[in-house]
Design a protein around this ligand. Sequence first.
Ligand SMILES: Cc1cc2nc3c(=O)[nH]c(=O)nc-3n(C[C@H](O)[C@H](O)[C@H](O)COP(=O)(O)OP(=O)(O)OC[C@H]3O[C@@H](n4cnc5c(N)ncnc54)[C@H](O)[C@@H]3O)c2cc1C
Length: 138
Amino acid sequence: MTRRHDIAASDRAAAAGYAKHSFWLETAGDDLTPRPRLDGGITIDVAILGAGYSGLWTAYYLLRRDPSSTIAIVEREIAGYGASGRNGGWCSAGFPVSLPVLRATYGDDGARAVTLAMNETVDEVGAIGRGKGSTLIS
Ligand SMILES: Cc1cc2nc3c(=O)[nH]c(=O)nc-3n(C[C@H](O)[C@H](O)[C@H](O)COP(=O)(O)OP(=O)(O)OC[C@H]3O[C@@H](n4cnc5c(N)ncnc54)[C@H](O)[C@@H]3O)c2cc1C
């Protein structure tokens, strides 16, 4: 799909070989052309560096909290260029610290809170993946 970018930018995307980085990028249905670069200062509420999961989820929740806020996600390459566009695609409640270690470190309440939060993330990702938030980020 060709967007609002010029031919030179499109050529740059092809030259960078973004589609070859991963299955996800190759099948994204986008021509992977980098968005136009900033050519001057802008006035916004929040600037986010990096259009990976961390940056995009942060922008999503900030906009959900206040849809009138202005947010710029500044990416060095293209969205999903980092680990977010190359991972295994597993969405699980697994946390890389065992429950006994969590309990010993943070107590029963802390361990329980982390475990419940991790479980909730799976439902949250699924719900948003089904389209709940698709109009907030362009
Ligand atoms: C091989 C592999 C498999 C994985 N499998 C899974 C899995 O199955 N399930 C799972 O939950 N997690 C998995 N992960 C982990 C998960 O992918 C990462 O934790 C997650 O993608 C990190 O997201 P992020 O947004 O923090 O970083 P990234 O996705 O790396 O995003 C950072 C972005 O910032 C940009 N950037 C860097 N420097 C600058 C700069 N100076 N200015 C502007 N932009 C900049 C980069 O280009 C990049 O796009 C896997 C990771 C790898 C590597």
